[in-house]
Design a protein around this ligand. Sequence first.
Ligand SMILES: Nc1nc2c(ncn2[C@@H]2O[C@H](COP(=O)(O)OP(=O)(O)OP(=O)(O)O)[C@@H](O)[C@H]2O)c(=O)[nH]1
Ligand SMILES: [Mg+2]
Length: 431
Amino acid sequence: MKYFPATLISRGFLRIIRILVIIIAIYGLLYHFSINLSLPTQPISYFPELVSLERLLGSNQTIDNKFADNVYERANATFVTLARNEDLFDLLAAVQSVEYSFNSKYKYDWIFFNDKEFSPIFKRYFSKLVSGKAEFHILDEQYWGYPDWVDLEKAKKSREDLVAKKIIYGGSESYRHMCRFESGLFYRHPALNNYKYYWRVEPGVKYTCLADKDYFKYMEENDLTYGFTISLIEHRKTIPSLWNTTLNFLHQNPQFIHENNFIDFITDEHMTEYNLCHFWSNFEIADLDFYRSEAYSKYFDYLDASGGFFYERWGDAPVHSIAASIFLNKTKIHHFDDIGYEHPPFQSCPSSEQTRLNNKCVCNPKKSFTWSPRSCVGRYYRLQGKLRPKNEITPNIDEPISDGSNKLEEIKEKIKTNLEDKKSNKKKGGS
Ligand SMILES: Nc1nc2c(ncn2[C@@H]2O[C@H](COP(=O)(O)OP(=O)(O)OP(=O)(O)O)[C@@H](O)[C@H]2O)c(=O)[nH]1
Ligand SMILES: [Mg+2]
């Protein structure tokens, strides 16, 4: 009042100012609390990072008109990811990389699974990031619990044994639930009922080339069932009895062995042991009807009944790979050499420079695992009777190619003699 003559400022005007100040203060307080209350599961220190990410995600991505929803006919397919709330940032990077390199153009759906309830922030970010429809499902006991035939004490003892042997994830119960779910339960979840193809994505992976085609449609148009990028050797100590259990299953169910199978990819000519080659299933584009088939479902149930997912540490990669190699026509198994993919510590980079240029790849072919001596991709090409894609690392050589003689009767006989030999060896060992 000191600086303004009282005549200029009426009492009414002062009252209006006071009310405005109170309204602004209340609004500010409400805004502050609403932001904090809407982030209940994350430490507050994440907040500034998320705000900037939200702005980034909100910015319009370029969308090619030709792929607008009403014109492009997608395959019946979805992405599938199993993740924990703590995987948020590693998974955001992975999903963004898939969206950037492929899905922002095609807009396929994405199904997220978790054994716990997804946090609101997880749902918010992925609903925004995925250009198709995003769905979030919690896995109950049926998908993420111990079956009642599993002896929990025996399982505990086996975990301790694997810890003593320093096997990675040897002591982890959740890792075993994860492997069992990814081996035989994911495709039984009702969320996948209406889809035919799926593409698996994990936190921490990176796609290093831009897709030059719709890979789901590629699977469909070429009548392919199982697509992989990296193939390598499993730790034998995690699956000591998987091969024997498989031989027993095949002995009882020989009708499931495909006449043009790929068994020579996973074992030697006498089928005595699994050679540990497997398709690295953290990347997988597959026809779900393969998993839904009687052969695969019965195989998984048989493995599951033996308890090996808990008494040992069977991974979904060897289980998928053994099954695909036995139950499928080998021509249905496809190596995606044109996809740049990284799941630390390994990566695959397209072999041909032309592909790398066309697909604007940013990967270093010298770091690609594809042609390394510990990779099974060379074996894949040789036994498929296909020439290796041209590459600078291992120039094409004349290799023996498969004569396609996967004689069924011979295979059944080998299974029988193997089982008999193993039984008599066990007896000798025991006496
Ligand atoms: N919800 C949930 N997801 C899990 C759990 N454990 C693993 N996963 C998911 O299952 C998938 C495989 O797990 P990873 O930990 O990546 O296993 P990995 O690829 O064998 O091992 P890394 O080399 O560590 O990546 C990933 O998508 C994980 O997010 C869990 O306890 N709960
Ligand atoms: Mg992983």
